[in-house]
Write a protein that binds this ligand. Structure first.
Ligand code: GLN
Length: 450
């Protein structure tokens, strides 16, 4: 813990990964663990970690990187955080993010952008950019992120670390500030697939406080991950939509090399099709914005969070608090989400998107009839420049092209570092998608490739 705090002191001025640091609390927790002595039943005994600021932490501010929650301090821990603590984790601080997890670069944080530890002029990806950067900068050994449309996998890819989005329902969302409730999942970012497996295992499993959290037994992910030393007998699906045009040459090269390595480890590569991929961005942004507009209705300046001091009446209070408390991207999404849900437009937009979502999921189920895992690049490009896409929301949305279908389908997927791009010298990530509840299969395959 002391070494991590030193590392934070040294790197934070350039990286800006954290929104708050709980150094004293962390040292106290670590000292208490020292007094008790190592406990083999606690898989994360003494492991310093960070938590995305979208997850409630007892007695510690939880802002979602938004002015509207600037002064919000929860009186309870999210289930995921509570379980990490029960396993002996030491929580160092809260990681920066795009406001309410809306974004792909962490530039939508109301407080500050985070910089990519590999190159301070580049973004770390988003929305869990602080979580990716804190691990990549070696400030801690793992961080929790959330993934609604790629927010764990994109920063993992841009920062050169491993990150997994579990199957929808694997990890309790209790205590996570909701963005798109049918898409959100919590997952770890860490250096290696094995580290991710250990953290995931510690927090996964049924929670009566989240009705969408599945009452399924949690397999021994760490054992499954370690057991896989080669890829003998594994059929890896290669979707043509993910390996076609649009990849930068350096991303293609690094991912091709990784697939050559997979073949030499014994895997068979099978061509598969995910034909509805071209509708994924449109479908995702309708579903996510609709859910966001509904979830964010609770921030009204009355119950908690920012309240504008100058309101004349109740309507004025809502209007002033929300227009001063929410940033530009969040307001854009509330407006668009309200529009697609409104009477007269619901059938044309939201209902249609829900139908296409079903087709996107069916693509995966059909593809998995021919393979065990599916592989593709996490992003068509490596980390882009700070400010490069902030002027054009659509360009920013397009960064999610390879990650969002998975959330619409509810399936698990991870991003694994597969080297540096030849032109940019920045990390390239490869995604592995799995069948529902088969996180162990993709973690094992990633371990063999790592
Ligand atoms: N970039 C996507 C969005 O802005 C995904 C974000 C996420 O996964 N939280 O909605």
């Amino acid at each position: 813990t002391e070494a991590c705090l030193e590392r934070i002191q040294a790197t934070e001025p350039t990286v800006d990964a954290l929104l708050s640091l709980q150094a004293e609390q962390a040292l106290e927790t670590a000292a208490a663990l020292d007094r008790q002595g190592p406990d083999p039943a606690k898989a994360l005994w003494g492991v310093p970690m960070a938590v995305k600021d979208a997850l409630c932490t007892k007695g510690v501010p939880t802002t979602c990187a938004s002015k509207i929650l600037e002064n919000f301090t929860p009186f309870y821990d999210a289930t995921s955080v509570e379980r990490l603590k029960a396993h002996g984790a030491v929580i160092l601080g809260k990681a920066n993010m795009d406001e309410f997890a809306m974004g792909s670069s962490t530039e939508n944080s109301a407080f500050k952008p985070t910089r990519n530890p590999w190159n301070p002029f580049k973004v770390p990806g988003g929305s869990s950019g602080g979580s990716g950067a804190t691990v990549a900068a070696r400030q801690c050994f793992a961080a929790l992120g959330t993934d609604t449309g790629g927010s764990i996998r994109l920063p993992a890819s841009f920062c050169g670390v491993t990150g997994i989005k579990p199957t929808y329902g694997r990890v309790s969302r209790y205590g996570l500030v909701a963005y798109g409730s049918s898409l959100d999942q919590i997952g770890p970012l860490a250096r290696t697939p094995l580290d991710c497996a250990i953290v995931l295992q510690a927090m996964a499993g049924h929670d009566p406080k989240d009705s969408t959290c599945a009452p399924r037994p949690v397999p021994d992910f760490a054992a499954e991950t370690k057991a896989r030393k080669d890829l003998a007998g594994l059929r890896i699906g290669m979707p043509e939509e993910y390996w076609g045009e649009g990849l930068t040459p350096e991303v293609r090269k690094a991912c091709d090399d990784a697939m050559d390595a997979a073949r030499s480890l014994g895997a068979t590569l099978v061509p598969v099709k995910l034909p509805h991929t071209r509708y994924a961005i449109a479908t995702y942004y309708i579903v996510a914005m609709a859910e966001a507009s509904s979830n964010l209705a609770r921030f009204d300046g009355v119950r908690y969070g920012y309240r504008h001091p100058g309101a004349k009446d109740l309507k004025d209070l809502y209007e002033l608090s929300r227009s001063h408390g929410f940033g530009e991207e969040v307001q854009r999404r509330i407006v668009l989400g309200t529009y697609v849900l409104s009477a007269g437009y619901y059938d044309a937009y939201y209902r249609k998107a829900a139908q296409v979502r079903r087709l996107i999921r069916q693509d995966f189920l059909d593809a998995f009839a021919h393979c065990d895992v599916i592989a593709g690049p996490t992003s068509p490009f490596t980390a882009f420049g700070l400010g490069e896409k902030t002027g054009d929301p659509l360009q920013m949305y397009l960064a999610d092209i390879f990650t969002i279908s998975l959330n619409l389908s509810g399936l698990p997927g991870l991003s694994l570092p597969v080297g540096l791009g030849e032109d940019s010298a920045l990390p390239v990530g490869l995604q592995l998608f799995g069948k529902a509840w088969e996180e162990g299969t993709i973690l094992g395959a990633a371990n063999a490739l790592y």
